[in-house]
Write a protein that binds this ligand. Structure first.
Ligand code: 5RP
Length: 218
């Protein structure tokens, strides 16, 4: 099975968590796109969807699925999203698609975070995937220097402006043995909007697509 097929079975497995009447938070990325397409076919009568990016909102609307504003919903029962890396403690690196800030907001507003991914994202520890950091453009160089002081090697993601009008620094070389602390330390740098470590709001359920089928961890 290729990685797309593995993403597909993980995305379809997440449908089992979606019940009529729910408000469903929806992440961003290729795995989430497969989930959205599966939602379009499943026609579950949910109350609506909260999108974590403009791209996701466009895809949901394109399938005729109702999109709600997080400011109108209050906390939501469930959020479904992919990840770039997942560790054994359900902590994640996200933001490969640049949507990390809104993703973390919607994930934090959700009572249950279901993470869908192909099995290659299952890692013994976080840190091989370059950590995305969303930065206000005015602070780009300053933030980059502070990230170097934390042991990182930041590089500007070329040609990318986030849905919030910001830039992304992708950072290699950080020691993520304590991701909870590193998540906070990076976010304390003035000019950082958020970073792609999801350790304080980690996933609650993992659905990995593997050649042997979907592996579920809770
Ligand atoms: C987007 C994300 C994605 O969930 C992450 O990059 C995984 O993407 P994909 O499902 O395409 O592998 O965090 O900001």
């Amino acid at each position: 099975m290729d990685s797309n097929a593995l993403k597909q079975i993980a995305a379809e497995a997440a449908l089992g968590y979606i019940k009529p009447g729910m408000v469903v938070g929806v992440g961003t990325g290729s795995t989430t796109n497969l989930f959205i397409d599966a939602l379009g076919k499943a026609k579950i009568h949910v109350e609506g969807y909260v999108a974590s990016s403009v791209a996701t909102e466009t895809r949901l609307k394109g399938l005729g699925l109702p999109v709600l504003n997080l400011n109108d919903t209050g906390d939501i029962p469930i959020y479904v999203d992919g990840a770039d890396e997942v560790d054994p403690h359900f902590r994640l690196i996200k933001g490969g698609g640049g949507a990390l800030t809104r993703e973390k907001i919607v994930a934090s507003a959700a009572r249950l975070f279901v993470c869908i991914a192909d099995g290659s994202k299952d890692k013994p520890m976080l840190g091989k995937f370059p950590l995305p950091v969303e930065v206000i453009p005015f602070a780009r160089s300053f933030v980059a220097r502070q990230l170097v002081k934390l042991g990182g090697n930041p590089s500007l993601r070329a040609g990318v402006t986030t849905d919030n009008g910001n830039v992304i620094l992708d950072v290699t070389g950080l020691d993520l043995t304590d991701p909870v602390t590193m998540e906070s330390r990076i976010n304390l740098i003035p000019g950082v909007l958020d970073n792609g470590i999801f350790a304080q709001r980690r996933a609650d359920v993992l659905l990995f697509g593997t050649p042997q089928g979907v592996v579920e961890r809770r």
